[in-house]
Write a protein that binds this ligand. Structure first.
Ligand SMILES: Cc1ncc(COP(=O)(O)O)c(C=O)c1O
Length: 396
């Protein structure tokens, strides 16, 4: 039977930009103001879409900080072997993956919470701790999803501008009130790639009052200089006094499994038990568990990714500098470039040459693009396209 559902003419616009009048008059639904006000997350343009729109092939995407070396081959093998079990629900406790992660990190299995991407663990934190009117502190710019989850809960976002492209910890400390529940720090920061000095971070966290959870989002930790990485053991001991700290990690970047959607949080056990209360029983699918477990052991792929990123970063900084643009140092697998003119126009120009980057206007940097380090071939393609686009626009 076919149901005719009343739907506005432009369903695509309607879903991405809810029109209250239509909702109310056609569908007879009301939408809370805090939901109506949310602007959907702008994902990087998919390659398939670019090729369809421009009628081109062999385009490259350096826009979403994915792993340019592809998924871990060991994960691929394990995934194909697991396909025959897809008629079964996954293990809701993700026993094998959680145990392997706990061993690797030297923490208890009860301290790990897995998510459908680390994004979902961010959502759990907000769901568990933020009620209407509660406050959350984030930096601007930083990973956009923190603020969106807070908006969904009717919470209040206090946003502190970055200072010298890094988190302004003193500014953040000043924003803490009795209603502050969470502080999100992406370390390294997305989109700038800056990392917080570990000593400065320790002093900051030690001064955060009880009642607040500090979340260190370490999506790019694998690319960081080891000397800059905070030591989870220092913050996760059950004996530690002071505010709880949550470490967020993901398989989307160094492990090359962004499409599988799997990430995790590490925290004290009491906090983890609380997050388990707000998750769905099978939030991490069977393939994600199997793929991530195999990727953890794939040291070859992991090392290739890190070495390739380092080499690519040096190459790109050198070549972009030669083209007359300023590059910013980064502790991640991406970095910012000041293109010396409107980055939106340069983005469009690069698209026509089959290269997708991120224009940074939405993040407050209208003259910047952010690019992910690619393979050697991709990096050369990028430099060629950048050089031609800069000349076409007369930026250098
Ligand atoms: C800082 C930061 N945190 C979290 C995420 C989300 O990662 P995941 O794919 O694990 O949801 C991203 C993704 O780009 C990110 O940049």
């Amino acid at each position: 039977m076919h149901w005719k559902v009343p739907c506005p003419e432009n369903a695509r616009n309607w879903t991405s930009n809810p029109d209250r009048t239509t909702l109310e008059t056609v569908l007879h639904l009301t939408i809370p103001t805090h939901i109506a006000e949310i602007t959907p997350y702008p994902p990087g343009k998919p390659l398939e879409e670019l090729e369809r729109e421009y009628g081109i092939r062999d385009s490259i995407k350096l826009a979403s900080n994915e792993n340019s070396w592809g998924p871990s081959p060991l994960a691929l093998q394990a995934l194909s072997a697991a396909l025959t079990d897809l008629h079964r629900y996954p293990d809701g406790s993700s026993y094998y993956l959680v145990t392997a992660l706990a061993d690797k990190l030297g923490v208890g299995a009860g301290q790990i919470v897995l998510g459908n991407g680390s994004n979902e663990v961010i959502e759990f934190l907000v769901k568990a701790f933020v009620q209407e009117g509660d406050e959350v502190i984030t930096s601007h710019p930083s990973f956009l999803m923190y603020q969106k989850f807070v908006q969904v809960r009717g919470g209040v976002n206090h946003v502190v501008a970055l200072k010298e492209l890094g988190h302004d910890l003193a500014g953040i400390a000043k924003k803490i009130t009795q209603r502050t529940k969470l502080i999100f720090l992406d370390n390294p920061n997305n989109p700038t790639g800056t990392a917080i000095d570990p000593g400065t971070l320790r002093d900051f966290i030690d001064a955060v009052p009880n009642g607040v959870v500090v979340v260190l989002d370490e999506a790019y930790v694998d690319f960081m200089d080891p000397a800059l990485r905070p030591d989870p053991a220092e913050y996760l001991s059950a004996k530690r006094v002071g505010c709880p700290v949550v470490f967020l990690r993901t398989f989307s970047k160094a492990y090359g499994l962004a499409g599988l959607r799997i990430g995790y949080g590490v925290m004290v056990e009491e906090l983890a038990s609380t997050l388990h209360k707000v998750r769905q029983p099978f939030n991490v699918n069977r393939l994600a568990q199997v793929g991530a477990l195999a990727a953890l052991d794939d040291t070859n792929h992991y090392r290739t990714t890190l070495a390739g990123t380092r080499e690519g970063m040096e190459f790109l900084h050198r070549e972009v500098g030669r083209l007359g643009c300023r590059c910013f140092p980064s502790q991640a697998n991406f970095f910012l470039i000041d293109v010396g003119g409107e980055a939106d126009l340069l983005y469009q120009e690069m698209l026509t040459r089959g290269v997708i980057v991120r224009a940074m206007r939405a993040y407050g940097f209208p003259h910047f693009i952010r690019i992910t380090v690619g393979t050697k071939i991709e990096n050369r393609r990028f430099i060629e396209a950048l050089s031609l686009s800069l000349r076409t626009l007369g930026y250098v």
